[in-house]
Design a protein around this ligand. Structure first.
Ligand code: ADP
Ligand code: MG
Length: 257
């Protein structure tokens, strides 16, 4: 059964400082279903990160309401995991200790939750490295460790803000597959912000294209089943992939003129 997980109702956010007010996003309406993977693409500064920060409960929108499971978001919650471009691993903690930090902060560190973190490390191919320190790992491995840390708290919703953009191309493609399969397996709901159109098409059920000044939703692109049901790496070879790519490219290119 399709249930709505996240609802953005008329979200507007204005950043105010002593000299100016900047309307970052205006009248954003978006429903995301349980288990759905939605990507947001758009020009730099159109408010993509602002939207994620609002959903994460880190930023209170100036107007509008955000609901998760029909309950209004007022503060950060363990239901929502946030993953960013920088992995924010602590250099003085081992990979395992880094993976458990969210649990520790929320006072949820038990034998059972530790086992789960260990299970996720195994799933991500990091079991061997659990006692290593972040500086001993490659960028791709560090991002996988950050993903384990995010998933260890068992969030229902994952917010991914350009999590692959600092990686080299091969690692990025590998991690796309791993993240996509892991989220599907655990039936997580996800919103990915990316500037990589191919990544958005390969990973998503639906793509939201945003416009600038102020940031608003310009168009929604539904990804056909043949692409959705294929792992991101191979999705790029499915017929029709590049038609969607060019369509989105054109939409974004118009904004730059
Ligand atoms: P994106 O993630 O799409 O690049 P952001 O959400 O980071 O966009 O920013 C949207 C707009 O809000 C931009 O004009 C940016 O300069 C502005 N902005 C972002 N964060 C702040 C802030 N903390 N204070 C003031 N303005 C901000
Ligand atoms: Mg951003």
């Amino acid at each position: 059964m399709d249930t709505t997980k996240i609802q953005l109702q008329n979200i507007t956010h204005v950043y105010v400082n002593s000299t100016e007010a900047n309307t970052a996003i205006e009248n954003i309406n978006l429903d995301v279903k349980t288990g759905e993977f939605v990507s947001i693409v758009g020009p730099s500064g159109c408010g993509k990160s602002t939207i994620l920060s609002c959903i994460a409960g880190l930023l209170k929108p100036t107007c509008g309401k955000i609901l998760i499971d029909n309950i209004a978001i007022t503060k950060p919650s363990s239901k929502v995991g946030y993953m960013l471009q920088s992995d924010y691993l602590f250099d003085w903690r081992t990979i395992f200790k880094n993976a458990c930090i969210g649990l520790e902060v929320m006072k949820q560190l038990t034998k059972e939750t530790e086992e789960y973190a260990l299970h996720l490390l195994k799933e991500m191919g990091l079991a061997k490295y659990k006692d290593h320190y972040p500086s001993q790992l490659s960028g791709g491995m560090r991002q996988r460790a950050a993903l384990v840390r995010t998933l260890a708290a068992k969030p229902d919703v994952l917010l991914l803000d350009e999590p692959f953009s600092a990686l080299d191309y091969q690692n990025k493609l590998k991690l796309e597959d791993l993240v996509s399969m892991t989220l599907k397996k655990h039936n997580k709901t996800a919103i990915l912000v990316t500037h990589d159109i191919a990544e958005a098409i390969a990973m998503s059920d639906r793509i939201i294209i945003m416009d600038n000044y102020p940031g608003k939703i310009k168009e929604t692109v539904i990804i056909p089943d043949e692409i959705r049901n294929t792992v991101p790496f191979s999705a790029r070879e499915v017929e029709g992939f590049y038609d969607i790519f060019h369509k989105i490219w054109k939409e974004l290119d118009v904004d730059e003129q």
